[in-house]
Design a protein around this ligand. Structure first.
Ligand code: FE2
Length: 427
């Protein structure tokens, strides 16, 4: 007897009429038209079933702090960093925890069940680190929260930067972070990349650095990151986040760089909502978009994922934990409007992001965790177009969240609303 049988599901690869059989929190079978006894049978009625959304780049210690102690008037990255510096001395652990838990509730409602969050390690008090480690423990039953030790003020630039970052790792933070473009000089930036990659190799940790989040085409720390990943045998374990300078780099140099990144196995995370708002701020017109070269990286064989980065914090006053909004912005900014481009943007917030995070048991195959989301959409393209309603969210076979079918009641024409996909009705 199965615990759960989902029938008439459409999968992200386009297969329709599929059944998904679940037992003891795992998927045991995915096959067309399976009939079997189950404690609960759910008719997906043609809706898309996807593995959960994953956000591989977020800042949970700052989320939902918008307006504290004041709003970012210029809307720039540097005022955001300064504003975060003003807020830090005022932070209390219980407030960070409360805001993060609220965000995790939003995330579950949106089918976002895995988040990699950077946590600022600059303060010797370790307050944000301890707060997010507590959050990680509390949400473990419903969200995979992975933490990155992030030296916001520069691991070499800030006094005690290296020691503080090591203490965060000692306390249980999962991933080694960095911010080479914020160090004092290019050579200090390169030195920070070397030091942090060596630290990760020594401790068996993954690496995820904020890398070249600038419009400066000569910011080339991604080259050093790829080199160190290769030198230290960290293939598949290193990620460069943002990499916005690549947008502005010389094309000849990029033609050399892309194969180097691919060869090193370094993955790249773009943050479309944040890159499009924070980059190009010194431009008049034409104004650069700033997002890294997503389709070109993908074509070179690099694993590229999209992150949300910020929601209602010193850098960004928008957002709602909706990774389909992130994919939607990504495909606009990168002009990935072909069918395969839209699908690649969907992958960037699901399977590609899961690969960056080294998530185990992720996917819609026998043997994977029974974690999936039923969307009010008939396929991936429609899901992105509509930022589709999350009808049901399951994790390891357990239903975590539901949203009613959205349907407009039209008083004007009397015709059914067709903007939103309506699941097939059965009598
Ligand atoms: Fe970030």
């Amino acid at each position: 007897m199965l615990d759960l049988l989902l029938t008439n599901a459409t999968l992200p690869d386009g297969r329709s009429g599929m059944s998904i059989a679940v037992l003891a929190g795992k998927i045991v079978e995915v096959t067309p038209g399976l009939q079997a006894a189950a404690n609960e049978t759910v008719d997906a009625a043609g809706c898309l079933i996807t593995p959960p959304f994953c956000d591989p780049h977020f800042h949970m210690d700052a989320t939902l702090s918008y307006g504290q102690p004041r709003v970012n008037e210029s809307g720039t990255l540097l005022e955001g960093i300064a504003l975060w510096g003003e807020l830090k001395p005022l932070l209390k652990a219980e407030h960070i925890i409360e805001r993060a838990l609220t965000y995790c509730d939003w995330a579950v409602a949106k089918g976002l069940l895995a988040v990699r969050s950077h946590v600022d390690t600059s303060d010797p008090s370790m307050l944000p680190v301890e707060a997010l480690l507590e959050v990680k423990k509390r949400v473990a039953g419903y969200i995979d929260l992975q933490l990155v030790a992030f030296p916001q003020d520069g691991v070499l630039r800030a006094p005690g930067g290296v020691e503080n970052l090591k203490r965060a790792l000692d306390l249980g933070v999962d991933v080694v972070g960095g911010i080479p473009h914020f160090e004092r000089t290019m050579s200090e930036g390169a030195a920070s990349v070397r030091l942090l990659c060596e630290l990760a190799a020594e401790r068996g940790k993954l690496v995820d650095m904020h890398c070249d989040e600038t419009d400066d085409p000569l910011s080339r720390h991604i080259e050093t990151l790829a080199f160190e990943a290769q030198r230290l045998g960290l293939k598949g374990r290193v990620n460069g986040s943002h990499c916005t300078s690549m947008h502005s780099m010389d094309n000849y140099y990029v033609s050399k760089l892309l194969p180097l990144i691919a060869e090193s196995g370094v993955s790249v995370i773009a943050n479309p909502l944040i890159n499009i708002t924070l980059q190009g701020r010194h431009d008049t017109y034409p104004k650069r978009r700033g997002m890294t070269r997503v389709p070109e990286l993908m074509a070179a064989g690099v694993n590229v994922a999209f992150g949300h980065d910020c929601v209602m914090d010193p850098w960004y006053g928008m957002g709602s934990a909706d990774m389909l909004e992130v994919a939607h912005m990504g495909l606009h900014v990168a002009q990935m409007t072909s069918q395969s481009g839209i699908k690649a943007c969907f992958d960037a917030v699901t399977t590609n992001a899961a690969r960056v995070m080294h998530l185990e048991g992720y996917g819609l195959e026998a043997g994977c965790d029974a974690s999936f989301v039923m969307l009010q959409a008939r396929d991936v393209v429609e899901a992105v177009r509509l930022r589709a309603n999350r009808l049901k969210v399951w994790r390891k076979g357990k239903l975590l969240a539901q949203t009613p079918v959205m349907q407009a009641a039209l008083a004007v024409s009397g015709r059914p609303a067709t903007v939103t996909f309506q699941p097939e009705r059965r009598n």
